[in-house]
Design a protein around this ligand. Structure first.
Ligand code: OAD
Length: 233
């Protein structure tokens, strides 16, 4: 087997599940209680902005009470110690990877703790509610929306992600169902370009057959064990 130098890690809601943040598609998950077309599309926001803003205000408040778990901490440890290229691409809009100390990472579906001004197109760190239409700290317009990617919108930083996928020799998917594209297609892109592919998940994902290897179990167990292996500990 070719020695691993460059790694791309894709994470999803399963990595934050044991921190107490609901996943989307598990039994009792977020999309069972709220229809995505009511709260997570540009059309929903145009139709009923109060409903959408209240939904994200609730989630923004909730995630600030959660703490990173052993999986986030293990990935931050790998990021700090890995001598080759490494990129954590998260679909999560929580900030638990950063709070655990990860640095080489990006949020392809946006960030809960950012607000995006539709008037001046700038982003601001935002911890409070948006429902009461606060002014943009940069231009003063009452035009802030959550800085999250909704269905029908383009995920962020795709060029960087594709470039990293082209260079990686190991692609690892952690805690994601493989239901949402383009992230669900990364395993095929990486594999077609010659990378080894590994899945760490509670159960086989929808794209499980594309992975060379699957390790099933809770993220707080399987991720630290894999990181120890990578770091030779
Ligand atoms: P999902 O809810 O679709 O999938 C979560 C995955 O994590 C499932 O495969 C679970 O089996 C697994 N899982 C649950 N608990 C776990 C644990 N403790 N350890 C390991 N794995 C566990 O969430 P995502 O795949 O992240 O997008 O969803 C992808 C996108 O769909 C989200 O970013 C969001 C959503 O709609 C947007 O809102 C644009």
């Amino acid at each position: 087997m070719v020695p691993v130098r460059n790694i791309v890690i894709l994470t999803g809601a399963g990595v934050s599940a044991e921190s107490g943040i609901d996943t989307f598609r598990s039994a009792g998950g977020l999309w069972e209680r709220h229809r995505p077309e009511d709260v997570a599309t540009p059309e929903a926001f145009a139709r009923d902005p109060d409903l959408v803003l209240a939904f994200y205000d609730m989630r923004r408040a909730a995630i600030q009470e959660k703490q990173p778990n052993a999986a986030h901490e293990a990935l931050a440890r790998l990021d700090a110690a890995w001598p080759g290229e490494l990129l954590i691409v998260t679909q999560n809009i929580d900030d638990l990877h950063e709070r655990a100390g990860a640095r080489r990472m990006l949020h392809m579906h946006g960030e809960h703790l950012n607000a995006w001004c539709r008037a001046c197109d700038r982003r601001s760190r935002w911890l409070g509610p948006l429902l009461d239409r606060p002014p943009c700290p940069q231009c003063g317009a009452a035009a802030l929306r959550p800085d999250v990617v909704w269905f029908g919108e383009m995920p962020y930083r795709m060029d960087e992600i594709q470039a990293a996928l082209r260079r990686c020799d190991l692609f690892v998917s952690i805690g994601t169902s493989g239901a949402v594209y383009p992230a669900a297609g990364f395993v095929r892109d990486a594999r077609d370009l010659g990378a080894r592919t590994l899945e760490l998940n509670l159960e086989p994902s929808q794209g499980s057959a594309w992975f060379h290897e699957s390790r099933l179990g809770p993220a707080t167990e399987v991720v630290p064990a894999w990181v120890d292996e990578m770091l030779g500990q």
